[in-house]
Design a protein around this ligand. Structure first.
Ligand SMILES: Cc1cc2nc3c(=O)[nH]c(=O)nc-3n(C[C@H](O)[C@H](O)[C@H](O)COP(=O)(O)O)c2cc1C
Length: 335
């Protein structure tokens, strides 16, 4: 049997299979189920700066507004403990998860301001997170802000957080960069120990009846793995020592195997576990283990990057040749 252990973010993991941030990692019961099903680590849902700031302001308004009529106002207090406002809810979840689980717990931050990114990353690291993942999820919608500015701001955040925490640091990227490989290199130089490829942007829909924007979260499909696969291979072939985790479109052990061959150290899943439940993870591990064993891999390290190593010395030319070949391979129905 293949030894499935791997190292990601300096953490020795039993297998490469990690539960990525989702509602399943935000609850203690499902966190326990994920560990029981074999998750080798979990990433908690992101602490969003605007969410915790809004909580703090709601509490402030509540206390100020109720100052002159406390007895009456007390009856309107919402159903939360004071300790759960601000970042406290996340910190409490992290501490309880750390007490309850034996696997590493990675905390995720999504900030808005430089102070927010660093403050919350530091608080979560101090509270015992085994690593911090920065969720760089922002839609660059300001037509006055160039791509260069957007990238510089991201790099500043990585540098600032790196300077404030001692635990390993991962950065979850979106696929929307003009020069993804170049940004990956700069993110690592700024202090990212690992890159998580890629975040999935949720596309709102328009409701024609009400003419309103309708938020839509659709779970991923396995075909979406192809985008991270390409970039895992490109980045791994040029940056052999950066940590890489795959996210988006991993729905089976075979998908996980593809991510490893492309160069991932770890493979993260959310949609497949939301769709089938946390226990499905054990089936994915069994598939991965069976495939690697059948292919005579002794270790995950042997498999990791074995396809990206076959990549051409000129990655851009290689991609262009593949593009031409793919277009030429299309057959119209009936031809
Ligand atoms: C309902 C839901 C909530 C999510 N919340 C977070 C989050 O808080 N932080 C984060 O970085 N990613 C979040 N994600 C993204 C997932 O961690 C994952 O990167 C993405 O869904 C792609 O992986 P998948 O194809 O396995 O679903 C969320 C995904 C879903 C479906």
């Amino acid at each position: 049997m293949t030894d499935l252990s791997t190292t990601y973010l300096g953490l020795r993991l039993r297998t490469p299979l990690i539960a990525s941030a989702s509602p399943l990692t935000g609850r203690l019961d499902t966190l326990g189920e994920l560990e029981d099903a074999g998750a080798s680590a979990v990433v908690l849902p992101s602490l969003f700066e605007e969410e915790v700031e809004a909580d703090a302001w709601r509490l402030h308004d509540l206390l100020e507004g109720g100052a002159n009529s406390f007895a009456e106002a007390a009856g309107f207090f919402p159903d939360f403990e004071f300790g759960d406002t601000g970042p406290q809810g996340h910190i409490k979840l992290l501490c309880t998860a750390k007490d309850m689980l034996t696997i590493p717990v990675i905390a995720s931050v999504n900030g808005v301001t430089p102070g927010g990114w660093t403050r919350y990353a530091e608080q979560l690291a101090d509270a015992g997170a085994d690593a911090i993942e920065l969720n760089l999820y922002a839609v660059a919608a300001d037509s006055h802000r160039s791509g260069v500015r957007v990238e510089e701001d991201y790099l500043k955040v990585i540098e600032l957080v790196r300077g404030r925490i001692d635990v390993p640091l991962a950065v979850k990227l979106s696929p929307f960069f003009s020069a993804t490989a170049h940004f990956a290199r700069r993110a690592a130089a700024a202090g990212a120990d690992a890159l998580v490829l890629f975040n999935r942007f949720y596309q709102p829909d328009l409701d024609l009846d009400t003419r309103t924007v309708r938020p839509r979260i659709e779970l991923s499909q396995p075909a979406e793995l192809r985008l991270p696969l390409r970039w895992l291979a490109i980045i791994r072939s040029q940056m052999p020592s950066v940590g890489l985790a795959a996210t988006t479109g991993v729905h089976s052990g075979f998908d996980a195997a593809k991510a490893l061959l492309a160069g991932a150290d770890a493979v993260m899943m959310a949609s497949v576990l939301l769709r089938h439940g946390p226990r499905y993870l054990s089936r994915i591990e069994a598939e991965l283990s069976a495939w690697l064993t059948q292919q005579d891999y002794q270790t995950v390290a042997q498999a990791r990057g074995s396809v990206s190593r076959l990549g051409a010395p000129d990655p851009a030319g290689y991609e262009r040749a593949n593009y031409l070949r793919t277009l030429a391979s299309y057959r119209t129905p009936g031809s």
